[in-house]
Write a protein that binds this ligand. Structure first.
Ligand code: SF4
Length: 222
């Protein structure tokens, strides 16, 4: 099959975004938070955990530790207990206390507004930094690549890579920057509802016309 030109991929991507926006209007993160710091904490907790599991813990957590200083001064053992239902809770408790101290000591109490500065915080990688920038500040400096984005972007023929860094680079090259933040939210919803890992529901998919993988799955072949 002839390789699709970048121009064609960009045109198709534009159409994919249009359809996704129609089907998932107002798509946003499913993490609950009130402040950018709470978003940072919730995003750290969400690594290797479901958003639902994180949202079950954070209301009591944010009530007990209402400020950055409260997290910075938290007792490690006690915070570990508070996070007992979270996978890797002890590691995350350390990251939350340490990153809160860094925010106070190195950033004057303000959550940084660039990926370069955010990744200096303990427990914060590029993905967490992009989530915080996009959802907390509306700044699109990168595309958040999670398991759904990896799978669905590949099926849509927007990347041939498996490595998140390379996938992000491909998406940044084809998606307009104004779509970078919403892309992740819409693809996560689509990946959960229709383009699931095991049995993508191509017959019901609004993207089937613009998807090179449509119906190309064992359970859909006759
Ligand atoms: Fe996924 Fe099928 Fe839709 Fe393509 S057509 S995005 S493979 S569900």
């Amino acid at each position: 099959m002839a390789r699709e030109s970048l121009k064609k991929i960009r045109e198709r991507t534009k159409e994919i975004v249009r359809i996704l926006r129609e089907h998932y209007p107002g798509a946003r993160t499913s993490l609950d938070y009130q402040t950018v710091h709470q978003l940072l904490v919730a995003t750290i907790l969400s690594q290797q955990n479901t958003d639902k599991g994180v949202n079950a813990v954070t209301p009591a957590l944010f009530q007990k530790y209402p400020t950055i200083a409260a997290f910075a001064n938290a007792d490690l053992q006690e915070l570990m207990v508070d996070l007992r239902s979270i996978n890797y809770g002890p590691t995350k408790a350390r990251a939350i206390i340490e990153s809160s101290r860094q925010i106070l000591d190195e950033f004057g109490g303000e959550i940084p507004r660039t990926i370069d500065k955010l990744v200096r915080l303990r427990g914060v990688g590029r993905k967490t930094a992009s989530v915080v920038l996009g959802n907390g500040y509306g700044i699109a400096e990168g595309v958040v690549v999670d398991t759904h984005v990896i799978r669905v972007s590949g099926r849509l023929g927007l990347t041939a890579h498996k490595d998140p860094v390379k996938i992000e680079r491909d998406l940044m090259g084809t998606l307009p920057q104004t779509d970078w933040i919403d892309w992740t939210h819409m693809i996560i919803l689509h990946g959960r509802a229709i383009c699931t890992a095991r049995r993508p529901d191509c017959p019901e998919c609004p993207l089937q016309r613009v998807c090179p993988s449509a119906f190309d799955f064992p359970h859909l072949r006759r």
